[in-house]
Design a protein around this ligand. Structure first.
Ligand SMILES: C[S@@+](CC[C@H](N)C(=O)[O-])C[C@H]1O[C@@H](n2cnc3c(N)ncnc32)[C@H](O)[C@@H]1O
Length: 259
């Protein structure tokens, strides 16, 4: 399976340098503490669509036994290199959501952050992934992910956005152009990236990222009729915060039905 993230991987950590993964790992930990029954042994956690592994490394420092998987081999290469350089023991797999059953293990917690599940634009793939995740979880395990909220996306999306990020090696310019298909509920973001060294453009590439967005009741119904109970909801990074209908990212915590 190919991935649109393979070119993006090289620049991912630069692009999201300011994203506060420590605070995010703390927020995830609070949700886990709220939902997971206390355990005497360390809690095992799998991050699906883990990207470059940023949540994993912080969660490991907080005491979780962590592993990650991603569809993009380049993302996994960056994650493995980071693990080596910061003394992490995390194992990384190169499986998509759709193939995640190949991991063949059970975890107390599965997470999938930064709207990664929205990359599953077909309902067949989404449902297959839910089934895989259910099989990856222990009986009382929990699944946490966040998704794009249709109310916010349709009202507040930026048709064009430009960002520049630089480090000691060079400067990245990214133009994002978003088109909405409001029938299919898919926002397609075209990233045009240019990389400059000493003011000279040395590399450029374009990637299309189609993202499925969902409305609250729709997501609730999909999860509830496919083996899960929704036991936690909040706007992303607002632990136990009230649901504002126009928050862009919504987090959910799930348990297997009846557990
Ligand atoms: C926005 S990034 C989020 C990465 C990471 N969770 C984070 O918070 O930094 C989305 C990730 O989803 C991965 N991805 C996209 N489609 C996927 C799929 N079908 N299966 C597994 N991973 C996928 C991409 O390779 C990318 O690493």
């Amino acid at each position: 399976m190919s991935s649109q993230f393979n070119q993006y991987a090289e620049f991912y950590n630069l692009l999201y340098r300011e994203k506060n993964y420590i605070d995010e790992a703390e927020y995830i930990t609070k949700i886990i503490k709220k939902l997971l029954a206390p355990k005497s042994s360390p809690v095992t956690l799998l991050d699906l669509a883990c990207g470059t592994g940023k949540h994993i490394f912080h969660l490991e420092k907080m005491g979780f036994l962590v592993e990650g998987s991603d569809i993009s081999s380049n993302m996994i290469t960056v994650a493995r290199e980071s693990a080596k350089s910061n003394g992490s023991k995390a194992a990384f797999y190169n499986y998509s959501f759709q193939d995640s059953h190949k991991i063949e293990k059970k975890y107390d917690v599965v997470i999938s952050m930064f709207s990664a599940m929205d990359y599953l634009t077909s309902m067949d793939d989404f449902l297959r992934t839910l089934k895989n995740i259910s099989n990856l979880l222990t009986e009382d395990g929990i699944f946490i992910f966040d998704y794009w909220n249709g109310n916010a996306v349709t009202r507040h999306y930026d048709p064009v956005k430009v960002i520049r990020k630089s480090d000691s090696n060079g400067e990245l310019l990214r133009i994002s152009e978003t088109n909405l298909d409001i029938v299919q509920q898919i926002a397609t973001v075209k990233f045009s990236c240019m990389y400059f060294v000493d003011g000279k453009r040395i590399h450029d590439f374009t990637e299309l990222h189609p993202m499925r967005y969902y409305f609250f009741q729709e997501m609730y119904n999909i999860l509830n009729s496919n083996g899960f109970d929704v036991v936690y909801t909040s706007p992303f990074m607002k632990f136990d915060g009230p649901i504002d209908p126009y928050e862009w990212n919504i987090s959910v915590g799930l348990k297997k039905k009846g557990k």
